[in-house]
Design a protein around this ligand. Structure first.
Ligand code: NAD
Length: 347
């Protein structure tokens, strides 16, 4: 089993180093790693943020563990040469259409949530966001109106196959958890959402054990803060998912805690923390590596079919937190390496 390690920029290499230490400590038979440059680091070395070599490695690998990309030195580059194009290019080239973001509150971190501890402690959900379609990928542009005003436009669209495949991921995810799926749309005003809702209802016929509900996105944003404990799995489109998953992340505390998976239709996946390259703290040993370590656990569970090892990592993270390991974002003083040490000690 080949793992492509793509550390990227800023704190990316720092957090990937700790995830690699944890994976090495598990001594999993047949697991091998190959590393390649992506993002600003790749641009500086090769002139492109996603060099052919890195893309080829990602395609060859069984799974990809990604750090983060983004480098202020590259801010003035043309858009197609910016570091962020590495992650967008990988999602597109590998057809990674399903983004899974679990949001679970570790009880020890109840005080780090933006919500009251008794509300936050109920959070245990997965948001399934469609990644390859919607308003981000529709026709877009700038034009002049008949009366001479500038007008920007971005067309929102989904075809039924795109909705069906992400709905299936939502139902499958719910089947593996609490068997409750909430589909989020804006069907009261958008035709795209009406089709979304119709196809989700049709797909439900294949998953009779799952309880399906529908919610308008504005209500969902409110419910995530009011009563997040009601959600098991949420499935939604690219735009709504982008916003709701960031909202959910702050409900469970630090951005340094949240892992994610982006999967294709064969469960091949790219695993990454939801945070970026954090240039403000890069190189200072202040980054929390737990989101990346938990992303490695998701990789073992979803792409490598090794759930027992994933369980061990997740239990070790909980134990490390219970033992008091806290990086600065969690209100403590542990360095990135000390957070890794704490997880290794708890494995
Ligand atoms: P960011 O997530 O990098 O940082 C936001 C804030 O959270 C910063 O204060 C940072 O110090 C803190 N933070 C982030 N991760 C942390 C961690 N593991 N431990 C402790 N604190 C952490 O977001 P940003 O500042 O908006 O973006 C910085 C760069 O990252 C930009 O170039 C952006 O485009 C890029 N970015 C990349 C990805 C990705 O690679 N998938 C995602 C988001 C942003």
């Amino acid at each position: 089993m080949l793992i492509a390690l793509l550390p990227g920029d800023g704190i990316g290499p720092e957090v990937i180093t700790q995830a690699r230490r944890v994976l090495d400590a598990l001594h999993i038979d047949g697991l091998v790693f190959e590393e390649a440059l992506v993002g600003g680091a790749a641009y500086k070395a090769t002139g492109h943020p996603l060099p052919a070599e890195a893309l080829a490695l990602a395609k060859r690998a069984d799974a990809i563990l990604f750090g983060a990309v983004g480098d202020p030195d590259c801010d003035a580059l043309e858009r197609h040469l910016r570091p962020e194009q590495a992650i967008l290019g990988l999602r597109k080239e590998l057809s990674l259409f399903a983004n899974l973001r679990p949001a679970t509150l570790f009880p020890e971190l109840a005080d780090a949530s933006a919500l009251r501890p008794e509300v936050a402690s109920q959070i245990d959900m997965v948001i399934v966001r469609e990644l390859n379609g919607d308003v981000y990928f529709g026709e877009k542009g700038m034009r002049m109106t008949a009366n001479g005003k500038r007008e920007g436009y971005d067309i929102m669209s989904y075809d039924e196959d795109e909705v069906r495949r992400i709905a299936r991921v939502g139902f499958e995810t719910a089947m593996a958890r609490g068997k409750k799926l909430c589909s989020v749309d804006k069907a009261n005003v958008l035709e795209t959402s009406q089709l979304w809702r119709d196809v989700v209802i049709e797909t439900h016929a294949d998953y009779p054990e799952v309880t399906l509900m529908h919610m308008y996105v504005d209500n969902c944003a409110m419910q995530l803060v009011r009563n997040p404990g009601q959600f098991d799995v949420i499935v939604t489109g690219n735009l709504f998912g982008d916003i709701l998953s960031d909202q959910a992340s702050m409900c469970v505390g630090s951005i340094g805690m949240l892992p994610s998976a982006s999967l294709d239709s064969d469960q091949k996946g790219l695993y990454e923390p939801i945070h970026g390259s954090a240039p403000d703290i890069a190189g200072q040993g202040k980054a929390n590596p737990l989101a990346t370590i938990l992303s490695a656990a998701m990789m073992l569970r979803y792409s490598l079919n090794l759930p027992e090892y994933a369980d061990r990592i997740e239990a070790a993270v909980a134990k490390a937190l219970a033992a008091g390991a806290r990086s600065p974002d969690l209100g403590g003083t542990c360095t990135t390496a000390e957070m890794g040490d704490a997880v290794l000690a708890a494995l």
